[in-house]
Design a binder for this molecule. Structure first.
Ligand code: NAD
Length: 414
């Protein structure tokens, strides 16, 4: 995956005519931290994990990015996702850099008490390198508001009251209204822009969604509320479909009780892997990386892909889809709603002030629409796809800030 984010970066850097020197400055991570985490589990057995934090770039502000608890988490994953965060925060123009981290544990098989201990140990070991003006973690796969609350509490023991050390916190613990649904709402916002551009409306479209966690279920709910039919949903437990449209709120309830979409009686079951090539107008990958690969890209039937997940499309698949004129709204634009409201949360924390949900949603909608239009403008200006355009826009912004900070004998071509 490391090579994937570099691939897209270099493609945009070629469009801009960026020198090797500037490419190296922009691609080199600021800091990489790896820690060992050992706890005595509830069952008395010793559990041992590795925790990571890669801080990629701080040219535009404190570094920002999610914390993922997943058995496949490793340094390469963290580095690739941290790199993406640098460009994402720049695309939506929030004053942050990029970071990412996580622990290679599987929360599905851990008790809440063990998860708490693991999180506390992680903060103990990372406390010197995170903080409200340094690096601000947020929820990602298998982490949520509860975990963020634990982190805030633990970090505050060392640094004093610090609500701004993490975002995506519970509402009762200095979280922001609207944060939980923000990434899904941003996905809906950019899809609304695409549909308006194409003279279509939500009422006339069908949508397939992969992943029904924070991003997938909120995107599906908000898109369905606007009249679109969610015809298929898949997660790690399987798939469920209904041509006339699934009852999304009922499916959300089912998943919150059962842990997955499998067994939902409001639709027909299918093998979850088929979701990528489902017969729908729009496909929203909102699970993990590498969902669309060279093996299935030619069979994708949607004409619009909105990347709710980070890195769901491999470079080979991206090229195949672009050749087939499938419109891809890239992750660094499409799923930037979460980091945008994280910025609102952080700003509220620092000022000890609160916005109501309506204000948060309005500001988010404005930011996402503006970012979409800026990327579209770059795409038209250079005649390039939306992903390359998003990278071009981000590299321009980060590049200017990075070079204004240091003495280096080179010039930017923009
Ligand atoms: P989550 O843990 O809430 O949900 C993940 C979903 O993916 C679950 O429904 C799970 O069943 C599903 N899944 C896992 N493996 C799968 C598989 N092999 N096939 C199909 N489905 C599978 O995580 P999330 O926060 O919704 O994050 C999803 C994606 O969105 C990730 O790529 C994450 O990096 C990205 N993202 C999240 C946010 C955020 O605010 N949460 C922001 C930006 C990007």
């Amino acid at each position: 995956m490391l090579t994937e984010s570099h691939f897209y970066f270099n493609k945009a850097a070629d469009v801009l005519g960026l020198s090797d020197k500037v490419r190296t400055i922009l691609l080199t991570p600021h800091r990489t931290v790896k820690v060992g985490i050992a706890i005595e589990g509830e069952d008395g057995k010793l559990q041992s994990y590795e925790g990571y934090r890669v801080q990629h770039n701080l040219a535009r502000g404190p570094m920002k990015g999610g914390l993922r608890y997943h058995p496949a988490m490793d340094e390469d994953h963290a580095a690739a996702l941290a790199n993406l965060m640098t460009w994402k925060t720049a695309v939506v123009d929030v004053p942050f850099g990029g970071a990412k981290g996580g622990i290679n544990c599987d929360p599905h098989v851990l008790s809440e008490r063990d998860l708490f201990q693991i999180t506390v140990r992680f903060v103990e070991q990372m406390k010197e390198v995170i903080g409200p003006t340094t690096d601000i973690p947020a929820p990602d796969v298998n982490t949520n508001a509860k975990v963020m609350g634990w982190i805030m509490h633990e970090y505050s023991k060392y640094a004093g009251f610090s609500p701004g050390v993490v975002t995506g916190k519970p509402l009762d613990l200095f979280g922001s209204e609207g944060r939980e649904a923000a990434t899904g709402r941003g996905v809906m916002d950019v899809l609304a822009e695409v549909l308006a551009e194409q003279g279509k409306s939500f009422e006339g479209i069908t949508v397939a969604v992969q992943g029904f966690g924070n991003v997938g279920n909120n995107a599906a709910r908000l898109i369905a509320e606007r009249g679109a039919k969610i015809v298929a949903v898949a997660d790690h437990t399987g798939g469920v479909c209904r041509d006339s449209g699934l009852d999304v709120p009922a499916l959300i309830n089912w998943v919150s009780e059962q842990g997955g979409v499998a067994g939902f009686s409001g639709g027909d079951a299918f093998d979850g892997a088929e979701i990528v090539t489902w017969d729908a107008d729009v496909f929203i990958p909102a699970a993990l990386e590498d969902a669309i690969t060279k093996n299935n890209a030619a069979d994708v039937r949607a004409s619009i892909i909105v990347e709710g997940a980070n890195g769901p499309t491999t470079p080979e698949a991206h090229e195949i889809l672009c050749d087939r004129n499938v419109l891809i709204i890239p992750d660094i634009l499409a799923n930037a709603g979460g980091v945008t409201v994280s910025y609102f949360e952080w700003a509220q924390n620092i000022q000890q002030f609160r916005w109501d949900e309506e204000r948060v949603n309005q500001e988010l909608d404005k930011k996402m629409s503006k970012a979409y239009r800026s990327v579209r403008e770059v795409s038209s200006e250079h005649g390039i796809d939306m992903r390359t355009a998003a990278f071009v826009l981000a590299i321009r912004r980060v590049g200017k800030a990075a070079l204004a900070r240091i003495h280096v004998n080179t010039k930017l071509p923009f």
